[in-house]
Design a protein around this ligand. Structure first.
Ligand code: SF4
Length: 457
């Protein structure tokens, strides 16, 4: 019970990747089933929880700042609890006990099942940071956010141990949800009226269960009535089997967009990162995907300034952007993360130079993205409407099949509608549609016969 005698209210804020957003939906479901309600304002809450990220330094800095802000709510009202969840809780477990003894709960990504109990117990900080090889939360139903898309975590953890990445420490080793548990979630989100599922996992295409691989999971999901779009993120390049590529190519519901993290186009840097592929092997995977799926959109990740990256190594990454013509790219400056193998490597690129290299990557990719988007002008695309656009007034936004953000006139359209539009203008990040040539409400059943499935790039 809250101090006011009503149900206890929880304020939950999420940092970091989409996996963390999905974990917050899971936590929301766990707490709701134990009688908790959500508070949108920390001033109204009995418990303040931050679900945190340890992947990037700036995410951690933001969390530390936010904890300081939330302390005033804890200090102002006796009984208010403050908790830290997620990767940062797990990764910095020892340091947190010293530096933040005022935290009431510290719970890592495998401890959410116990969160209601930990919050009910009084006393010293309650800590649940064990990594549980078997924990998949397969039996727990998340409270999915409203909207036409649901994110479903199908595997957790990672076995790859790239030298720059902290994930295997806070999230533990790889484990997959059983097929039936995933399909039950897909059916449930379809029944709720959602049209799109996005499968999540740190190396999502490593999913395997019941003797099946990720391609089989995509094919089985495509049979679920009501689901029209299937996506997944983030795959590892080395886990793109022929069976998976065939499933992407042959199942019309699997959308023609793949995120294919490269990290570097230099073989010595890739080896130092322990990425398990060379630049030529990556090229071959990209080529197989593009040959199999006409119009496939591809995004990537690249890191600038990894320890030992020379100017020539960096130029290979820069040139690779031209060669691969990615639709967009998530570009980062390297920063050492405590506890990783790369944190023990000597840093050879200073901050200013990392910044210069990052800027060059961004500038090059912006040009490429703009060219690719401009090539779409006059083409028709099918857009799943998500909600009102910030501007222009009266417009809505949604995603094309190849995961471009499209802004379109909103008259008569609601989230979940599928509209066919003609592209009139483009920026490097967005496509703008002049008019809606046809639309279909969510209540209508079968897709239109002449719908566009795979779009030319
Ligand atoms: S595969 Fe991805 S999640 Fe796993 S260690 Fe490498 S970068 Fe991290």
């Amino acid at each position: 019970m809250s101090s006011s005698g009503g149900p206890r209210r929880v304020f939950l804020e999420t940092y970091g990747c989409q996996m963390n957003v999905a974990d917050s939906e899971l936590i929301g479901g766990v707490l709701r089933r134990h009688g908790w309600t959500r508070a949108d304002d920390p001033a109204d809450a009995d418990v303040l929880l931050l679900n945190t990220c340890a992947i990037r330094e700036n995410a951690e800095e933001r969390v530390v700042g936010r904890l300081g802000e939330l302390m005033r709510f804890k200090n102002a009202r006796p009984g208010v609890q403050l908790g830290l969840l997620g990767c940062m809780a797990s990764h910095h477990r020892e340091a947190l006990l010293d530096r933040a003894p005022w935290l009431d709960v510290i719970v890592g990504p495998d401890g959410y099942r116990d969160l209601p109990r930990l919050l009910e117990e009084a006393g010293d900080p309650r800590i649940e940071i064990r990594l549980d090889r078997g924990e998949t939360y397969a039996d727990l139903v998340p409270d999915h956010a409203p909207g036409p898309r649901a994110w479903i975590t199908v595997m957790r953890g990672c076995d790859r141990f790239c030298t720059f990445c902290v994930v295997p420490d806070p999230r533990g080793r790889e484990r997959s949800l059983p097929l039936e548990a995933v399909l039950a979630q897909v059916e449930s989100v379809a029944e709720s009226g959602r049209r799109e599922v996005v499968f999540l996992g740190q190396t999502v295409n490593a999913w395997r269960a019941d003797g099946l691989g990720f391609g089989d999971l995509l094919r089985r999901t495509a049979r679920v009535e009501g689901i029209e779009r299937i996506r997944f993120t983030s795959p590892h390049p080395s886990d793109f089997t022929e069976a998976l590529i065939a499933a992407i190519a042959e199942e019309p519901k699997v959308m023609p967009y793949v995120h294919l993290p490269l990290q570097s186009a230099s073989d010595p840097v890739l080896a130092a990162m322990r990425r398990d592929y060379t630049s030529d092997q990556y090229r071959a995977i990209l080529g197989r995907l593009r040959a199999a799926v006409p119009g496939l959109a591809v995004s990537t990740d690249l890191i600038a300034g990894f320890p030992g990256e020379t100017e020539a190594d960096f130029q290979r990454s820069l040139d690779f952007l031209d060669e691969a013509a990615f639709d967009f790219a998530y570009l980062f400056k390297y920063s050492a993360r405590e506890g990783t193998r790369a944190a023990r490597f000597a840093e050879t690129v200073d901050e200013a130079e990392k910044g210069r290299r990052l800027r060059a990557l961004i500038d090059r990719q912006e040009e490429i993205s703009l060219d690719k988007h401009r090539a779409r002008i006059s083409q028709e695309v099918r857009v799943l409407v998500e909600g009102p656009a910030r501007r222009p007034v009266g417009c809505v936004f949604g995603k094309s099949e190849d995961f471009k953000t499209v802004i379109l006139p909103g008259e008569g359209l609601a989230p979940g509608d599928v509209a066919r539009v003609r592209i009139a203008a483009a920026t490097s990040h967005t496509l703008l549609a002049a008019g809606v040539t046809s639309r279909r409400a969510p209540s209508l059943g079968a897709p239109e016969a002449d719908e566009i499935r795979h779009l030319p790039a």
